[in-house]
Design a binder for this molecule. Structure first.
Ligand code: 5GP
Ligand code: ZN
Length: 119
């Protein structure tokens, strides 16, 4: 059994579980968090199953670079206010002590006017 058979984010990226999609290309998928903390709160994931940031290595440099370059573009498109008065937060929870609940690499992108629910 492959990881994607029991990984909720693999299923979301494959369209097998519905989500509110923000962006998709060959390698990446972005969708709104089901429990948003902030007025704008979406997740960017690679389509390939990587459990967390703890498993990335040199072969993932381009993929991670693409995720980080996509974040500000989608943040503005989703309604975050421009830097520096606006901006956004990027977060990659990693492992149990890092607060990671879903073990498929993802970055949270959060923004919009405060106060936020958390953080
Ligand atoms: P983590 O704590 O692993 O960094 O965060 C996982 C995030 O995924 C949480 O903010 C949670 O609300 C979100 N999430 C979990 N399951 C689903 C789902 O089925 N659909 C969507 N859209 N978000 C989910
Ligand atoms: Zn996965």
């Amino acid at each position: 059994m492959s990881p994607s058979d029991h990984c909720i984010f693999c299923k979301i990226a494959a369209g097998a579980i519905p989500s509110c999609k923000v962006y998709e290309d060959d390698e990446l998928f972005a969708f709104h968090d089901i429990k948003p903390w902030a007025p704008v709160h979406f997740l960017i994931i690679p389509k390939v199953h990587i459990p967390s940031l703890a498993q990335v290595g040199p072969k993932h440099e381009a993929l991670l670079g693409r995720m980080m370059v996509l974040a500000p573009q989608l943040a503005l498109a989703q309604g975050c206010n421009p830097y520096p008065e606006g901006g956004f937060r990027v977060m990659a929870n990693t492992g149990a002590e890092g607060g990671q609940d879903v073990h498929h690499l993802h970055i949270h992108v959060m923004g919009g006017p405060r106060p936020w629910l958390k953080g």
